[in-house]
Design a protein around this ligand. Structure first.
Ligand SMILES: Nc1ncnc2c1ncn2[C@@H]1O[C@H](COP(=O)(O)OP(=O)(O)OP(=O)(O)O)[C@@H](O)[C@H]1O
Ligand SMILES: [Mg+2]
Length: 396
């Protein structure tokens, strides 16, 4: 989509606002406010508008609450969650980034089912590939991050934070923009916040949070405080450059899985299906890229095969030993040597003929312990065996 094209596309996130797509795309955006102030709704409304215009995007969904966008749009949900179209591991994240960016597939990265270390690894892999590939493809792509303070924390240096702030600061030339949403104004990196081009500042009520708002809103402190304290859910102060004004964001059109529960019954919507072709593309890429899980599975299979081989060998040896236990040897004979040599032979070769060859013991030296059927009752007389007799010994 060209820049000139973006100029003419209206987006409707509030009746108080006249915005074009180009006002959003390529900009870093902050959506802040206490719990219940309407942040997720605001982010979802922006995403709905972007999806309406066919823009590719990714949402980092820590609560598993964005799948409702599928009510109206073809969005791929990946991650570890019951809502995922395809379950993926942190090792698959680079593949997801590649498919999403190169094929224009909007994705929800539902990382709600991962442990925090896995979430971290998933996002590092995803954003590293996104950053590298966007340098080549250079097309508009929007990233929304909920609970942004977890990944862009104030006062802590992590590789993921560096990467995300790099995307927020320098992504524009590659077409990338970041929407960061957080209810913990004081815990999200202050620099990242002050560098945002557009801010949707919802209700906060603590002095600490207000202190940060004073730096983010180009209005007199008194006015900021008065306005902010009076905001209802969905209301916010919108800041764009030197402009700051109170607006009300429209309610999202798609299902809000993170809605505030009421006594009213909630009907789960019908969802759009992602095309099989995209799912197949991811499965194929996963296979060729060999995720860690796949590699481990292969290793397990390899070890199982080795174990089966060993068990087979043990069975063979036991079978040989059992065969030998039916035999009597002259006292002088080196039985140990005989067993060791016999064990080296495949089981079907444990006939008298082979024993003769391998141990030097002749059939004349070997005597059979006769079975009950073969001897008259009480008569334990020994009988010389021939090689043919030996082959007919009871199968152990
Ligand atoms: N623009 C809006 N107009 C009317 N009501 C809204 C609007 N935005 C949000 N609400 C109401 O506020 C509730 C909470 O909204 P939302 O889930 O977006 O809050 P949040 O700030 O994301 O909360 P949390 O931090 O707990 O996730 C919604 O269920 C809805 O009832
Ligand atoms: Mg929310």
């Amino acid at each position: 989509m060209s820049d000139t094209h973006l100029k003419h596309l209206n987006i409707s996130i509030s009746k108080d606002l006249d915005l074009k797509l180009e006002d959003i795309v390529g900009k870093s955006i902050a959506v802040i406010g206490i719990t219940g102030s309407g942040k997720t709704n605001t982010v979802a409304v922006i995403l709905e508008e972007l999806l309406e215009h066919g823009m590719p995007l990714a949402v980092v969904d820590v609560e598993g609450e964005y799948w409702g966008l599928k009510e109206k749009y073809e969005v791929l949900v990946v991650g570890k969650s019951e809502n995922a179209d395809i379950e993926v591991s942190p090792d698959d994240a680079a593949v997801i980034a590649e498919v999403s960016l190169s094929r224009n597939v909007p994705v929800i990265l539902d990382i709600s089912g991962f442990l925090s270390e896995e979430q971290y690894r998933f996002l590092i892999n995803f954003f590293t590939r996104l950053w590298n590939l966007s340098g080549k493809l250079r097309k508009p792509y929007i990233v929304a991050i909920e609970e942004a303070q977890e990944f862009i924390p104030q006062g802590v240096r992590t590789d993921l934070k560096e990467l995300l702030t790099l995307i927020a600061r320098r992504g524009r030339k590659r077409g990338l923009s970041v929407i960061m949403a957080s209810q913990r104004t004081t815990l999200i990196d202050k620099n990242a916040l002050t560098q945002t081009a557009i801010r949707f500042l919802h209700h906060v009520n603590f002095e600490n949070d207000l202190n940060i708002y004073y730096d983010l809103i180009p209005l007199p402190r008194k006015e900021v405080k008065q306005t902010i304290l009076s905001l209802k859910p969905g209301d916010c102060i919108l800041v764009r450059g030197s402009e700051a004004r109170r607006v009300h964001i429209r309610l999202r059109k798609t299902f809000h899985a993170g809605y505030t529960p009421t006594l009213e019954p909630v009907k789960t919507p019908e969802l759009k299906k992602v095309s099989d072709e995209i799912l197949e593309a991811i499965k194929r890429a996963k296979k060729s890229g060999k995720s860690e899980a796949e590699r481990l599975q292969e290793k397990v299979k390899e070890l199982e095969a080795k174990l089966a081989e060993r068990e087979k060998k043990i069975n063979e040896l036991e079978s040989i030993l059992k065969t030998l236990s039916y035999l009597k040897f002259p006292a002088k004979m080196d039985v140990e040597k005989l067993v060791v040599r016999s064990a080296e032979l495949p089981v079907q070769q444990s006939s008298g003929v082979m024993l003769e060859q391998s141990s030097g013991v002749t059939s004349e030296q070997i005597t059979e312990r006769p079975s009950a059927e073969s001897t008259p009752e009480g008569n334990r007389a020994e009988k010389r065996v021939t090689t043919t007799d030996f082959e007919e010994l009871p199968n152990p």
